[in-house]
Design a binder for this molecule. Structure first.
Ligand code: FAD
Length: 303
């Protein structure tokens, strides 16, 4: 037995480090000014897949759609125990909203044999939590969102506990299934030193080309392509070439990708600054504090 798991991971700017210095005047964020990290809840999704593999056996493929730099989180996944990694990168993905993103990811997942697809609940940059549910819809499979605990896996079905805000719910579903996993589901493991040694030289073809360009600044395009082809061949022999797919490889309908596949229109960006409108000074005595607490309860600020 064993389960084939596909984990969707996203490289995101570390939004915890947003300060005034990284904001543009129009309210957008200078992404390049922030460190790029593994989306936190995607680490929980990967950890759940690793636990499933440890308990029942199986195979884990991680997929990310993004810029060439997203190769870093694919390597990180291999260090933690993933078996296979795929980068989807293509300039025609630019301007994709969540609908186009989930369409492109669904085309990629359909190329792979799977029992369980795992996503993080939400990405810390886009913050919509839409991609997991949209992906399940496009794959035509059941989804269990907000998963906090895996209760049972019995070959044909899965039972999971989901957090519904004011309580928990246990849900049983037939496989294949898509789970969106919350940050409370587990404690993601750290990279294993042995696997780091093994995969630290794993690269995507585009990273190979970029590296060769940097090492041979005077070489022409044809020479770089030839050198890159040779290096990729060597990496394949050592099982260190990370797969890279473009929109042709996933057989995506281009009208569903990028701007043409994205119905979302951004009309306005508003900076919300939370600031106290008024302040009130109270005397440092029991009565004044008690009056203040009553006022806050009456205004329904505290319960
Ligand atoms: P969520 O829905 O919160 O993510 C949930 C989970 O889905 C994640 O935890 C992860 O498991 C999975 N997931 C999400 N995104 C990916 C991914 N890329 N690869 C693998 N798994 C993933 N973004 C750009 O980078 N470039 C653009 O040019 C661009 N243009 C945009 C234009 C518009 C009009 C809009 C509305 C958005 C644009 N975006 C662009 C943002 C992009 O659409 C979102 O980042 C993306 O759809 C994911 O949405 P989210 O961040 O809300 O993820």
């Amino acid at each position: 037995m064993g389960y084939k798991c596909v984990v969707l991971i996203k490289q995101v700017p570390d939004t915890k480090r947003i300060t005034g210095d990284v904001m543009n005047d129009d309210g957008t964020v200078k992404r390049s000014a922030l460190p790029a990290i593994f989306n936190p809840e995607d680490l929980n999704a990967l950890e759940l897949a690793l636990q499933i593999k440890e308990q029942f056996g199986g195979h884990i493929t991680v997929i990310t759609m993004g810029l060439p730099a997203a190769g870093a989180i694919l390597r990180d996944s291999l260090y933690r125990g993933a078996d296979d990694a795929i980068l989807i990168t293509d300039t025609r993905c630019a301007a994709s909203d969540t609908l186009a993103t989930s369409y492109i990811l669904s085309c990629a997942v359909k190329k792979i044999d799977y029992d369980i697809v795992l996503c993080g609940r939400q990405a810390i940059d886009g913050d919509t939590a839409q991609v997991g549910p949209q992906l399940a819809e496009k794959l035509g499979i059941t989804q269990i969102t907000y998963v906090e605990e895996l209760i049972e896996l019995d070959g044909k079905s899965i039972t999971a506990q989901r957090n519904i805000g004011n309580g928990w719910q246990q849900v049983k579903a037939e496989l294949p299934v898509l789970l969106t996993v919350t940050g409370d589901a587990n404690e993601p493991r750290v990279a294993a030193a042995k696997k780091m040694m093994k995969y630290k030289k794993a690269l995507t073809p585009i990273e190979v080309e970029e590296k060769i360009k940097a090492e041979n600044p005077d070489a022409d395009v044809a020479d770089i392509k030839e050198l890159a082809k040779h290096k990729c061949g060597k990496l394949v022999e050592k099982n260190l070439l990370i797969k890279q797919w473009d929109l042709d490889a996933v057989e995506a309908d281009l009208s569903w990708c990028g701007q043409s596949g994205s119905p979302t229109k951004v009309h306005r960006i508003q900076s919300v600054v939370l600031a106290a409108k008024e302040s009130k000074k109270i005397e440092p005595n029991q009565k004044a504090i008690s009056d203040m607490i009553h006022e806050l309860i009456e205004d329904k600020i505290i319960a």
